[in-house]
Ligand binder design. Structure first.
Ligand code: SER
Length: 339
């Protein structure tokens, strides 16, 4: 019998980097990956087999299906929110049609091996759309089912794919003689902005925080593209990776929702700047608001209510704002850039 493996799509992205290192350290299952570009050598060495190609390439997915017995999928491949606004139809293809392909692929894996495939999906605070700053201020900690009116293509894509996943898990082919729902065990988190000390994001709109930190650590000036008072939730990457793994391992019976909010800390952009200046007093950080990107961030909540994740599967982030900076970001970034 073949050994079950984990499939990670978009493996070369920021979450993939952290996830592969962490999965490899745990060492319990071989990892196979799918990404448009070849992986960095520092992560590819942890991988049993690396496929370079598109999640939309059905021939490639067929080959993976034929060759591997996959019991867990981390479907991380996506175009982020800023990039998606420049190419909305491509975003829809990758983010929605790509996810549909992976769900169908997982259904077929599960049917062929007679075992459930656990499907982990990162959604986002971009699934929310607050209509104006007054509503955002009054809303406070937003619950999963409130304000589901995203203004971005990416947010629409994520919100819809949450529903697609729930469909596969609960209602797939409900009129068939033998309904096949539940073979894909879909589990989803709505991530806040993620900040990694090892990689920088590309094409997102929460990028101002990680960009500010990485620029300062490299001694480069940074013009922040949102107002100082801008406030959205963020999380340190190790907590994001840990959340995916904890949710993947949670007993199915404990899960009362398919998509869970996750929160950790929610500084204003000015508070991020102040922390960065404490670590790098010479950092040259200025404010040059991009009103269009500002509009996107203003539509995202200032904070999220993650009670359900804490209650159902024990979500407990290790890093608050202080600890994220002092115990993870600053020391790791200093080591990375040698400063
Ligand atoms: N960080 C993402 C973005 O900015 C949101 O999920 O697009």
């Amino acid at each position: 019998m073949r050994k079950p493996v984990v499939l990670i799509t978009g493996a070369g992205g920021e979450i993939g980097h952290g996830l592969i290192a962490r999965l490899a350290a745990a060492g319990d299952k071989p990892i196979i990956t799918l990404d448009l570009s070849p992986l960095d050598p520092d992560i590819s060495r942890h991988v049993l087999r690396e496929f370079t190609g598109s999640i939309l390439d059905t021939g490639l997915l067929e080959r993976i299906l034929a060759e591997f017995e996959i019991d867990t999928v981390f479907h991380l491949a996506a175009l982020l929110s800023t990039r998606s606004e420049f190419t909305p139809t491509t975003a829809h293809q990758v983010n929605v049609e790509g996810t549909l392909q992976l769900l169908e692929f997982s259904q077929r894996e599960a049917e062929s091996h007679g075992r459930t495939v656990t499907f982990l999906y990162p959604s986002s605070i971009a699934a929310y759309g607050l209509p104006d700053l007054e509503t955002k201020a009054a809303a406070g900690r937003v619950r999963e089912d409130d304000y589901n009116l995203p203004t971005t293509m990416y947010g629409c894509n994520k919100l819809y794919c949450e529903q697609l996943g729930r469909y596969y898990a609960k209602h797939y082919k409900q009129l068939a003689a033998e309904p096949q729902a539940g073979r894909v065990d879909f589990r989803c988190v709505r991530f806040p902005g993620l900040i990694s000390a090892l990689t920088v994001p590309s094409g997102g709109t929460s990028d101002y925080a990680p960009e500010m930190i990485h620029a300062a650590a490299q001694g480069e000036p940074y013009a922040c593209f949102v107002r100082p008072d801008t406030r959205i939730p963020f999380m340190a990457m190790p907590d994001g990776v840990e959340a995916l793994l904890t949710l993947a391992a949670a007993p199915r019976a404990r899960l009362t929702r398919s998509a869970y909010n996750l929160g950790a800390f929610n500084p204003s952009a000015d508070e991020v700047r102040a922390e960065v200046l404490r670590a790098f007093p010479d950092a040259a950080i200025t404010w040059v608001t991009d009103v269009k990107r500002q509009g996107i961030v203003d539509s995202w909540p200032a904070d999220v209510d993650d009670t359900a994740a804490r209650r159902d599967w024990g979500f407990a982030p290790r890093y608050d704002f202080e600890r994220a900076f002092h115990e993870y970001l600053i020391p790791t970034i200093r080591a990375r850039y040698g400063r």
